[in-house]
Ligand binder design. Structure first.
Ligand SMILES: Cc1cc2nc3c(=O)[nH]c(=O)nc-3n(C[C@H](O)[C@H](O)[C@H](O)COP(=O)(O)OP(=O)(O)OC[C@H]3O[C@@H](n4cnc5c(N)ncnc54)[C@H](O)[C@@H]3O)c2cc1C
Length: 323
């Protein structure tokens, strides 16, 4: 629940990340109380190892008032005895949490299903938009048209494909990512660790998630052997005892890649009635609560939590992409 290297992002991403990070613990508690499903917001902290831009990271943290400190490498080995040998320096953010995203989605789905006016339609692809009297008034689907006063496009990496049907080009492209999962003893890894762009995340029950690849391969979502070997090598460099552990899961997903990872949040002025919430790239989970809150406030004409200007779709889309 933090960008991998938060100091390398723009103020626009930071603003959404910080609002969401402060909100997540309450969201986890509320969802557990409402649904009985615990998304496990787990504050484990995070060590960045052998970073090249440690000074930039520490300067960013001082500016943003986030608790990030340089730590003695001996103390890191004391805290994380399973860490591989040879790391020379580290910084630590004790307050970073992780969340079990499949459980989060299950809990959110159950909370939505309990609302009287919500209907979830699955396996029902949207094929285009209904445009009448200069407004977007609904969508066409495999099961027929659906009319609405306002439509929100939140189709992740596929958002651009849908906007093409309106002759618009949204700079959102699929960026494939693969991860692997191990199962270890519950106390195997007390903290998240990150080196050379690869990370290990401990779940409370001893599952260890290792990610991730960054691949530009269109809409292909198939896990590959080459990524499996590369992720295993990274996992074993970080935590050598994993060489003896079994990989119990391996999967791929598509991130909605966007320029600088800044999402598109707001109404499309050229197409009133059509709202966007997409393009969150590598940080869709961490940015989700703030993005949704901002979207709702804009839709209801309320005072927004943060300045919406950096996310406004106007001028960030191009016309004439064809059908
Ligand atoms: C390996 C990997 C690791 C990641 N790690 C992190 C992390 O640690 N932290 C973090 O914050 N983010 C992470 N991300 C990124 C995060 O997953 C994305 O940013 C996030 O999922 C984007 O959310 P979204 O709802 O916009 O899109 P998605 O989660 O992709 O959801 C879009 C949905 O729209 C549906 N859809 C598409 N087209 C249509 C259509 N025509 N009709 C109907 N439905 C449609 C899709 O089926 C999908 O269910 C990771 C991603 C990957 C792949």
């Amino acid at each position: 629940m933090s960008p991998l290297y938060p100091w390398r992002y723009s103020a626009a991403v930071t603003a959404l990340a910080h609002w969401s990070q402060d909100f997540y613990p309450r969201l986890g508690e509320d969802l557990l109380a409402q649904t009985g499903i615990d998304p496990e917001v787990h504050v484990s902290g995070l060590y960045w190892l052998d970073l090249e831009d440690e000074a930039e990271a520490l300067a960013w943290a001082a500016r943003e008032r986030r608790d990030l400190r340089a730590v003695d490498i001996a103390s890191v080995y004391g805290q994380v005895p399973v860490l591989g040998a040879g790391f020379a320096h580290a910084i630590h953010m004790p307050g970073v949490a992780n969340v079990r995203n499949p459980r989060l989605v299950k809990a959110l789905r159950a909370a939505l299903a309990a609302l009287p006016n919500v209907e979830v339609r699955e396996q029902c692809p949207v094929t285009g938009f209904i445009q009448q009297q200069g407004r977007i008034q609904g969508v066409t689907t495999a099961d027929g048209p659906l009319y609405a006063e306002r439509v929100v496009l939140a189709a992740g990496a596929w958002s651009g494909e849908l906007l093409k049907t309106l002759g618009l080009r949204l700079p959102v492209e699929p960026v494939k990512g693969q991860m692997i999962l191990y199962k270890c003893a519950e106390d195997f890894l007390p903290s998240m660790v990150l080196a050379k762009g690869r990370y290990a995340i401990p779940r409370r029950d001893g599952h260890i998630l290792v990610g991730s690849t960054l691949e530009y391969a269109g809409f292909d979502k198939a896990p590959t052997e080459i990524a499996l070997q590369s992720l295993r090598a990274s996992a074993e460099a970080l935590l050598p005892t994993l060489a003896k552990a079994q990989v119990v899961g391996h999967w791929a997903g598509l991130r909605p890649g966007s320029p600088q990872g800044i999402p598109f949040i707001g109404e499309l002025p050229s197409h009133p009635g059509l709202w966007l919430n997409c393009g969150h790239f590598r940080n869709g989970l961490v940015l989700a609560p703030a993005s949704c809150q901002l979207l709702v406030e804009l839709m209801l004409g309320r005072e927004p939590i943060i300045d919406p200007a950096p996310y406004a779709p106007a001028r960030r889309l191009f016309e004439g992409a064809g059908g």
